[in-house]
Design a protein around this ligand. Sequence first.
Ligand code: XBP
Ligand code: MG
Length: 260
Amino acid sequence: MNTHNNKLQAVLFDVDGTLADTEQDGHRVAFNAAFRQFGLDWSWDIELYGDLLQITGGKERIRHYIERFDPSRLNQNDLADWIAGLHKTKTKYFEALMESGSIPLRPGVARLIQELRQQNVKIAIATTTTMENVVALLKSTLGEASLDWFAVIGAGDIVPAKKPAPDIYLWVLDQLQLPAHQCIAIEDSENGLHSAVSANLQTLITVSGYTLSQNFDGAAVVLSDLGEPDKPFTQISGKPTAEKCVNHTMLSQLLSVQSR
Ligand code: XBP
Ligand code: MG
């Protein structure tokens, strides 16, 4: 193991489950609305959706569902196009949900983003979700100008292999022109952790409703959320810290502890 004393240069945020709790009341609801519009009798309840989240990416998730629950559709020769059309409709519903402002950012997200900007640490996004969804979420929570705060936004099909493959993180690092040991990833899921760790990133986990009981071995630290000064996070694992909420100091310490 090499030890570096690197200055923190960038923080790479996952979106779904990390910036906001978008899965249960956002993506799931949008999928079901699209199914209804397409005349399908499919309905993804909260529990089933939790299982389906093992498959990252909406189009990939729909195909997986067909393989398991509606396999006769696999014979459809325009299946990929049909899935793409259904998924496009789902994206429209998701965007509308975000525009209605029904999903807030998780605790500490807006605070940490502002602090990093003040400290001249770059912020970036690495997500499997579709770019339109990222834009809609950022606009509805942080305002339109926030799109320019992010040095790089890596989203959706920009890389062929979605998380847990490292590709999206490697793509974002490449765009940032930064080595992994000067950056930190913030994730909420096991698939996301694997993706970030495979790209050699130290990874901070904030667990979300669907990911609470997942295996986060390999994470630098696992927390309930990013915390606020008056509402500290709960630490689930990792080296104890004196900080009460995730801030520039804490992220810098995580980076200097060890590097992969
Ligand atoms: C999020 C996902 C996404 C969303 C749906 O994973 O898997 O697929 O559920 O988005 P992560 P799309 O938080 O690890 O990036 O339907 O736009 O694919
Ligand atoms: Mg996530």
